[in-house]
Design a protein around this ligand. Sequence first.
Ligand SMILES: NC(=O)c1ccc[n+]([C@@H]2O[C@H](COP(=O)([O-])OP(=O)(O)OC[C@H]3O[C@@H](n4cnc5c(N)ncnc54)[C@H](O)[C@@H]3O)[C@@H](O)[C@H]2O)c1
Length: 334
Amino acid sequence: MKTYRIVVLGAGRIGSVHLREANAMNALQPVAVADSLEGRAKELASQYGLTAYTDYKEMIDRERPDIAVIALPPYLHKESAIYCASKGCHLLLEKPMALNAEECEEIIAAAKHNQVRLMIAHTMHYMAENQLAKQWVESGELGELVMINNVRHAFYFNDRLDWFFRKDTSGGGILMNLGCHSIDQIQWMTNSRVTKVKAKIDQRSYRGDIEGAGVVLLETASGIPATIIQNGYTGVPRNDMEFVFTKGSMMLRTGEGLWISENRVFQEVELDRTLDPYQLQFLDLIRWMETGEASACSGEYGKSVITVVDAIYKSHEMGKELTIIPAKGASCHE
Ligand SMILES: NC(=O)c1ccc[n+]([C@@H]2O[C@H](COP(=O)([O-])OP(=O)(O)OC[C@H]3O[C@@H](n4cnc5c(N)ncnc54)[C@H](O)[C@@H]3O)[C@@H](O)[C@H]2O)c1
C-alpha cells in the first residue's frame, strides 16, 4: 500500500484531531504541522515527532507533501488552498469552504488548474448515525419524506480565538459555523440541493459582529421543506434533526445516535462505530486520489453549501425569500 506524506495547517481544535487520526493510519505519514502561534505548532508536533513551522508556505515548500489538511480560520482558506494547490498538494480543506461562493470558485479553479483533488471536510458524511439516517431516507421504508427540522443550540463561543467572532475572518456566526453542517446534512440526505431560502437572524452577539442565532426556512430542488433553528447564546444544548415521513419519523442526534418511530414511540437504532469518521474522511480522499472517482464532498459541493449560507445572510438583509439557481452559479435571486 502506498503511504502519503501529509501536513496540517493549523494546530488548533480540529487540526489536532486530523493529525491524531492521520497518525493512526497506515496509508498516511504525517511529516509536519504549521501554526502562526509557535507554541501550538511545537506542542502538537512534539506529540508525533514532527517538524513544527510558523509559516505554512515554508512548510509546504520544504516538505513537499502529497496531502495538505487546511484547518485554518475561514479567511485563510482561499489563500492557503490556492498556495497548496499551486505546489501540487491534494487538499482536505475544512468547512466552511471559504468566506463566500466567489472565493470557493477561485479555489475550485486553482485545484482544476493544478490537477489536485479538492475535498471539503463535510465530516457529517462519515459519522455512523448520519450514514444510517441517509440510508433510511433513501430506503423509503418510512414512506415519503415530508419535512426536515433541525434545532441546534451550542454554547461554546467564549473560549475561541478572535477570528471566530469577526465576520471578516469567520465569514459569519452560528449559521456559517454550524449552519454549514445542517445545510450539508439536508442536501446530502435528500440527494437534492437547496433552492429556496428565507432567513431571520439575530445579531445580539456578545462578542464581535457575528450573528448568535437564527431561523431559516429552506426548500430543496426536490420540494422538501426544511427548517434550521440555531442559537449560540445560552440555554440547554441540543442537536436534533427530525425527519418527518408519511409513515413515521426519525430523530438524528449527531454524536449521540439515531431513533426511528413507526408507532409514536422512538426506538434507538444500533450503530456500528468501529471506524473513526476522520479516518473515513481521509480514506475517501485517498480513494479519490487513487481511482479518480470524485468524493461527494468535492469543492463544487462545498461551494453549494456556501451559496446557501450566502443566501441566508442576503435573505435576512432583504427580508425576502431568495431562490438559488444552480445553473447561475453562486448567484441568488428574488
Ligand atoms: N469539520 C468539522 O466538524 C470542524 C470542527 C471544528 C472546526 N472546523 C473548522 O476548522 C477550521 C479551524 O477551526 P478550529 O476550531 O480548529 O480553530 P482554532 O482557532 O482552534 O485553530 C485554528 C488555528 O489556526 C492558527 N492560525 C491562524 N492564522 C494562521 C496562519 N496565518 N498560519 C498558520 N496558522 C494560523 C491559529 O493560531 C489556530 O491555532 C474552521 O474553518 C472551522 O470551521 C471544522
